[in-house]
Design a binder for this molecule. Structure first.
Ligand code: PMP
Length: 375
């Protein structure tokens, strides 16, 4: 009787590994203060908006044609940005771009993972690593962390040696904990990952511009199986643009082209990203403000008596909420005060994204009241 009734997902012949699963779903609720998806709270500055309009108009005149399949101008500019800020010189041949770093990660797993292969991540970490593994038919191994959410190097090395994964994910700074990873840790895990068989090590640096520490980009030197993944969603304040990229040995860039869809990066996307890169310095100025606000959130939450994980990202993990209802009940109470934060499923803990000073004040008011109620 018409479309839309009578049949559910379970009635469809979907792949077994997708059966009974739920899609990625941070709630998109219409509340006054939204601090739940690690977005940048600052809208793009008006001169940049005008420049995007100009560059997109130019691109529109050629939309009857397919876009530059290799995104040469954009990758050249991304390489310039990495070289300028990452402490290591990379060029066009080292950089690849796609629709958000999620697509970059998917292309990496399509290339180096897949059926009969496995990937490992050290959890809690970015949930999409496991979900993209599932979507690409890659087996998932959940590796350990210390109680303070740093990577337990010996245990991680053992897990890599035992399972011999084809892909290793290291997220630095880590989401949802905010924890940065030491260069020595990456090197130890890279070595371990090469011992059994040559594996690809992906360092997910989605939040690195907010870190107190420099980028791990220089570790690419002499390590052809290392990949650094980046995004314009956070530091560039352009989550809606969908532009992610990676830096690696040129052979890795050649390899992902085996799986990328032809013309995957639209001419509009390329034009918009190029406009944003022209305004890098202004956008990195906002990053400095957000870093200061992040540090303020850490300090004030600690003053209120919360347990706070050190953060190198644009968000802060705090707790503990071990009472009745746990983190979920606390999440709801903060939401009742008009502030949306994130329950990532880490027991007793929530995550708040650094917003504008006013948004952060509203959040701090909400958790101050919560603390009073609970004491
Ligand atoms: N990596 C990490 C660690 C993230 O937290 C996110 C966004 N939440 C991404 C990658 C993906 O971001 P995007 O696809 O917007 O680049």
């Amino acid at each position: 009787p018409g479309l839309g009734i009578g049949i559910g997902i379970d009635d469809l012949p979907i792949r077994d590994e997708l059966r009974g699963k739920t899609p990625y779903g941070a709630p998109q609720l219409d509340v006054p203060v939204q601090l739940n998806t690690n977005e940048n709270p600052y809208p793009l500055p008006e001169p940049l908006v005008a420049r995007i309009a100009e560059r997109v108009a130019e691109a529109a005149r050629g939309l009857n044609r397919y876009p530059d399949r290799d995104a040469v101008e954009l990758r050249t500019e991304l390489a310039r940005y990495l070289t300028r800020t990452g402490g290591y010189e990379v060029g066009l041949g080292n950089v690849w771009a796609a629709n958000g770093s999620n697509e970059v990660l998917q292309q990496l797993l399509q290339t180096f993972g897949g059926p009969g292969r496995t990937a490992i991540g050290f959890e809690p970490s970015y949930s999409m690593h496991a979900l993209i593994a599932r979507g690409t038919g890659t087996g998932w191994i959940s590796g350990p962390r210390n109680d303070d959410f740093t990577i337990d190097v010996d245990a991680a090395r053992r897990a890599i040696t035992t399972h011999a994964p084809d892909v290793v994910f290291i997220t630095s700074p880590n989401n949802p904990t905010g924890t940065a990873v030491e260069a020595e840790t990456v090197l130890a895990l890279y070595e371990a990952a090469q011992e059994v068989k040559p594996s690809i090590v992906v360092v997910d640096e989605a939040y690195v511009e907010f870190s107190h520490r420099p980028s791990l980009l220089p570790l690419l030197d002499g390590r052809p199986h290392l990949v650094v993944s980046r995004t314009m969603s956070k530091a560039f304040g352009a989550a809606g643009l969908r532009l992610g990229y990676l830096a690696a040995h040129p052979a890795v860039v050649d390899a992902v082209q085996l799986v990328r869809l032809p013309y995957h990066l639209s001419a509009v996307t390329q034009a918009t990203a190029l406009a944003a890169l022209e305004h890098t310095d202004t956008l990195l100025g906002y990053v400095e403000q957000l870093k200061a606000e992040r540090d303020r959130l850490v300090a004030e939450l600690r003053e209120l008596g919360y347990e706070v994980t050190d953060s190198d990202a644009n968000f802060v993990q705090f707790g503990r909420f071990d009472g009745p209802g746990g983190a979920q009940a606390a999440w709801r109470k903060i939401l009742d005060r008009g502030v949306l934060v994130r329950d990532n499923g880490v027991p007793g803990r929530l995550r708040v994204t650094a917003g504008t000073p006013q948004e952060n004040d509203a959040f701090l008011d909400a958790v101050r009241q919560l603390k009073k109620e609970q004491s």
